[in-house]
Design a protein around this ligand. Sequence first.
Ligand code: UD1
Length: 366
Amino acid sequence: MTDRNLKIVCVCGARPNFMKIAPIVDALRTCKNVETILVHTGQHYDRAMSQLFFEELGIPEPDVNLEVGSGSHAVQTGLIMQLFEPVCLEHKPDWLIVVGDVNSTIACAMVAVKLGIKVAHVEAGLRSFDRAMPEEINRLLTDSISDLLLVSEPSGVENLRREGVAQEKVHLVGNVMIDTLLHSKERASESKILGELGVKKGAYAVVTLHRPSNVDDAETFASILKALKVIAEELAIVFPMHPRSRANLTKLGLDDAAKAANVKIVDPLGYLDFLKLTMDAAMVLTDSGGIQEETTILGVPCLTLRENTERPITITEGTNRLTDCDTEAILQAYGEIRESPPCGTAPALWDGHAAERIVKILVESC
Ligand code: UD1
C-alpha cells in the first residue's frame, strides 16, 4: 500500500444497497490512511425505504446525497450520471465501490471508469441469464467495466470465467448482506413486530413482491394474489408492500383481489423488524434477490416467485425453491415445501467477515 491517503467513494442508492454498504463503510473507517466518502444517489427516498436503514444499521450520514428520486430507467440512470460526475471531479477518489445491481450501481460505475477512477463491484458475477430483468443488464455492464470483481458465491466466479474476465480481477469474498444479518440478529430478536402484527412464531408466511415482471402485469399479479388467498386459508400472511406494488394494485384494479381475512398488507418495514419477521416465519414467498440469501442463512424455507435466480447457491445449498407465477404452480410448490421443508446449510464465506476481506483486497491492490 502507498503511504499517502487512499480516497474511496462508496455509493448506495436503493434499499438493498444499504445492508451491503453498511459493513463495507464500517470496515473502511477502521483503516488508517483511508478516507471514505459516502454518496447516496437518492434512488430510494421514502423514510421507510432509506433513512430508517441508515439509523438501524448505524450507517453514517451520506457525505453527498444526489436526491435523484424516481423516474424511467433512462431518466434515473442519466440523472445519477449527471449529478455523480461533479462529485468524482471534486473528490478525485482512487477507487469507487459499488454494490449490487440497481440503476445507481451501473450509473456511478460508468461515470467513474470514464474519469479513470478504478471501480470495485461488490456482488459481481451473479447472472439470472434473463435479459428482461433490468438488474441483469446492470450486472453485465457493471462487471464488464469494473477493475475488481468481488463475488459472493462460486457461480459468480464461474460466470465471469466463462465471460473471459481476467481471473486476477476476481475474488470470492463471501456475502456482505449476510455480514449485516449476522451482526444484527441479536438486536432484531428484540423487535416487537410479531405482537404488533398479531401473528405467532411459526404460524405465518411473509410475502414480498416488487419485480416489474410480477407486479406490473395485471394477469400475473392477479394470479399471485389468487394463490396467496388460498394459502391464507391455512397460514396467515404478512405482506409488507413495496411502494411500486402498492401503486400498481390500485392502477391495475386489484385492490379487491388483495383483500382476504388472513392477509395483512402493511407498509414496508425497517431492517430489524423485517429480519425478526423473517426469522420467525413458517416460510417466505418472495421475488427479492437478497431475501433468498437471508432465508438460507436463517434456515427458513423460501419460495421464490421467479423462473430463475442469479443466486443458485440458495437452492443447491440453501432453503430456496423457484416457482412459476401461475396460481396452480405456486400452490403446488407451496404444498411441496409445507410437506417437506428444505433445510440448508450456510454457504462458504457467508460468515460475517466478507467486508473485511473486501477492504483487505482493496487496500493491498493499491
Ligand atoms: C429497485 C431496483 C431493484 C431492487 C429494488 C429494491 C433498479 C433497476 N431496480 O427497484 O433491483 O430490487 O429497488 O426495492 O434499480 N418508490 C417510492 N419510494 C421510494 C422508492 C421508490 O415510492 O423511496 C416508488 C416510486 O413510485 C418508483 C417505484 O417505487 O417509481 C420504483 O422505484 P425504483 O427505484 O425505480 O425501482 P424499484 O422497483 O424500487
